[in-house]
Design a protein around this ligand. Structure first.
Ligand code: ADP
Ligand code: MG
Length: 714
């Protein structure tokens, strides 16, 4: 039995973490030792400018990387990229080659800089015609190479030959550039020493663990990463006894193991704990520069899955593997800091520092308000649609929680009669200077907001646990860049007319806060009243995922992406198409799986049990004659209920097939996705209802699938 499995220990590391931290990463410090100064400088240059590394240098860098990797036991290399599916992709090639018949290890600069992952069909939304223009992956020198399981992994971007982005990384890199330019221009109003900003991200990763044997007995977990049927367990999270509870020893050893591997890969994991649902856990690293943070998160998911195998566990990163208990997110903590080391979302000690904080705060919330629906759409996927708006998950409508201290300050700023009056300016500057150091305080935290301020950063909580966070951050970065650009130009316009800087700043901060007012909400985001109120305020809740995808096609979104240089109209179109197609395909698989499970597992089990009941009833009649009606009352009733559910199930399964066929006939992908999200989805819900009813009626010994109470508890 799964629960009696012995905990295992694999990597026994002696000594403190710092002695092996990053040992499998070809980081800058290591590079310096393995190559000439010229080659090393060319990497630094490429990181700074984004320019290509020349051929000769690339050969030297490749050779250095190969020597280092071989010392670490690598035999193969791969470009690792982040396709539009939201996962990661890799194609391994051996270093080995033959020279005059003799084997030798070889790795040329051209192979480092560029790899063609075949004409294999990564989703591309019509951007790449497989027979003429293939996509290629290219090393992103911002992300260091590393060795994992005997393979040198080279973090890469994935683009078409015409240079269009086919992955999640390229738009994110472009959005960082846009934000850097816009935020630097605003920060320089306060400190001319500032020449650049860094976007910082800390990703909290939630996940479920299940025993591998139980996982293998559930075709739905294997094929869809979630249970498509399953009755809730009598006890799950009602008592809140799992959250922050003692970590089961089997799990603790798994954690220790994957953390060790992660540390070797330079991933600075810091926290681990139980989450709210049974068998749900979370880990989080110390935040870092955004591309590093996202690359490392993608890598962490790979590492966790690999290490789990050794513990006979499966990690479920799906947003909602189990109906009725909490889902999983990837809370994205996001902030900006200057090259002079100042966190731009941290209130300071002087009035000017606080004005700077308010300038950035107001620009962010204005951006979130202006693009509320697009931002929610950026976290939408089939998986996340089962979670958002559900049990203890962020609601599907955007709002920003600021906390009581800040809200009071904003209210006061907004109440100011006329900032152009000298007295008012004085008073408001006094007010601004009175913003206390806002220390993250758990009593002033609102867990019901999808976008909450937590003292020195925003926490975008609606991002899904299995998602590539770049899908959300490139939209956020772009929106904030747009806002900051406008902020600077409005301030310039005012000071150009002779307005004093602090007055001008305050005026624009006020305008932006006023504009952001609809999205600011301090109350309970889970309540029905909020949903109504949000609509009244002009915010748009996500009620249907394929409809939400259309947010990318709206004129203001196209303007946002093109003006910030993050996506071209072509690339936007391609992305929406890929999202729609992925949605349809995933739901198609789920619909097939639920149909198969019902026909091949559920109905046969129910019929078996009917058979047993029937024999018992018949036997009773043979022995007791007419008295059997009284004696077998309950059995007869159960038999009838089962028969009813089987009939309903078989009709609903048939209806599901019809709904799928109807949807598949639609040539237009948007219409097909819509049809899947309504008609197919509705039929799936009905199928599940009957199947779950049967689970409660049929003898446990005959039930062919592991149940929630088995899957959810170690
Ligand atoms: P909680 O669950 O209380 O929100 P965690 O400790 O689980 O907090 O995770 C918080 C995450 O936020 C960590 O990854 C942390 O490094 C990150 N973080 C802290 N400060 C910042 C910041 N200024 N910018 C971005 N991320 C930050
Ligand atoms: Mg946390």
């Amino acid at each position: 039995m799964a629960s009696s499995r012995n905990p295992k220990r694999h990597y026994v590391e002696n000594g403190p973490i710092s002695t092996y931290f990053g040992q499998n990463v070809f980081a800058l410090e290591t590079m310096r030792k393995y190559m000439s100064d010229a080659a090393f400088r060319s990497i630094l240059e490429a990181r700074k400018t984004g320019n290509k590394i020349d051929r000769k240098m690339a050969d030297e860098i490749a050779s250095a990387m190969k020597s280092w990797a071989i010392e670490r036991g690598a035999t193969h290399y791969t470009h690792l990229f982040q396709p539009l599916t939201g996962s990661t992709a890799e194609k391994h090639e051996a270093f080995i080659s033959l020279k005059d018949g003799d084997p030798m290890e070889r790795f040329k600069g051209s192979a480092l800089v560029q790899q063609e992952p075949d004409a294999s069909s990564f989703p591309n939304g019509g951007l790449r015609n497989t027979f003429e223009a293939r996509g290629y992956s290219a090393w992103d020198p911002n992300s260091p190479a590393f060795v994992l399981d005997g393979t040198l992994c080279i973090p890469s971007v994935f683009v078409s030959y015409t240079g269009e982005a086919l992955d999640m990384k390229v738009p994110n890199l472009r959005s960082i550039q846009a934000l850097d330019a816009a935020a630097t221009a605003v920060a320089r109003l306060f400190d001319p020493q500032v020449t650049g900003i860094t976007v910082n991200v800390g990703l909290e990763q939630e996940y479920f663990l299940v025993d591998e044997a139980l996982y293998n007995a559930r075709p739905d977990l294997q094929l869809c990463s979630r249970t498509v049927i399953g009755h809730t367990s009598a006890k799950d999270q009602q008592l809140s006894d799992h959250y922050f509870g003692a970590i089961p020893s089997r799990v603790a050893l798994f954690m220790k193991d994957f953390e060790t591997e992660a540390y070797k890969l330079g991933i600075p994991l810091q926290t681990r704990h139980n989450e709210v649902a049974p068998n749900q856990f979370e880990c989080a690293p110390v935040f870092s520069e955004i591309t590093t943070a996202i690359d490392q998160n993608m890598l962490l998911m790979i590492v966790m899955q690999k290490v789990a195998e050794k513990h006979q566990l499966k990690v479920l990163f799906h947003e909602k593997p189990f109906q009725g208990v909490n889902g999983s997110g990837k809370h994205c903590n996001w902030s900006m800091s200057t090259n002079t080391g100042v966190n731009l979302l941290s209130p300071g000690k002087t009035p000017m520092k606080n004005l700077q904080f308010l300038a950035f705060y107001a620009s962010v919330v204005r951006a979130v308000c202006r693009h509320d629906y697009l931002l929610m759409a950026s976290v939408c996927s089939l998986n996340n649609s089962y979670r958002l708006g559900g049990h203890e998950a962020p609601p599907a409508v955007m709002s920003v929680f600021s906390g009581s201290t800040l809200s009071k300050v904003f209210d006061a700023i907004l109440r100011m009669e006329d900032v152009s009056e000298p007295g008012e300016v004085r008073r408001s500057i006094d007010l601004v200077s009175s913003i206390p150091e806002i220390i993250p305080d758990n009593t002033d935290r609102n867990r019901t907001s999808p976008f909450a301020f937590t003292g020195n950063r925003f926490e975008f909580r609606a991002v899904g646990s299995s998602a590539n966070a770049a899908g959300a951050t490139f939209v956020l970065n772009a929106a904030v860049a747009e806002s900051l650009k406008l902020f600077r130009s409005r301030v310039d316009a005012l000071t150009g007319k002779g307005e004093e800087l602090d007055k001008a700043l305050l005026t624009v901060i006020r305008e932006f806060l006023e504009e952001a007012r609809p999205v600011m909400f301090e109350g309970n985001g889970y309540s029905d009243e909020w949903l109504e109120e949000a609509r009244r305020r002009g915010l748009t809740p996500v009620t249907n995922v394929p409809v939400a995808f259309q947010a990318f096609r709206k004129p203001e979104s196209v303007q946002l992406f093109t003006e910030t240089g993050v996506l071209s109209p072509n690339e936007i179109e391609a992305r929406v198409e890929v999202q729609e197609e992925t949605y349809v395909k995933k739901l198609q698989i789920e619909a097939r799986v639920i149909g198969d499970i019902c026909l091949n597992h559920v109905i046969p089990a129910a019929v078996n049990y009917q058979d047993i009941l029937m024999r018992s009833i018949q036997g009773s009649k043979d022995i007791f004659g007419e008295e059997f009606k009284d004696l077998c009352k309950a059995d007869i009733e159960t038999y009838r209920k089962i028969a009813g559910s089987i009939n309903a199930l078989s009709e609903d399964t048939q209806a599901l097939v019809e709904a799928r066929k109807k949807a598949n006939r639609m040539a237009d992908m948007t219409r097909r996705a819509l049809s899947y999200s309504t008609e197919v989805m509705e039929k799936m819900v009905r199928v599940r209802e009957s199947a779950d009813n049967l689970e409660m009626l049929v003898d446990d010994a005959l039930w062919p699938l592991p149940k929630y109470r088995e899957l959810l508890f170690f």
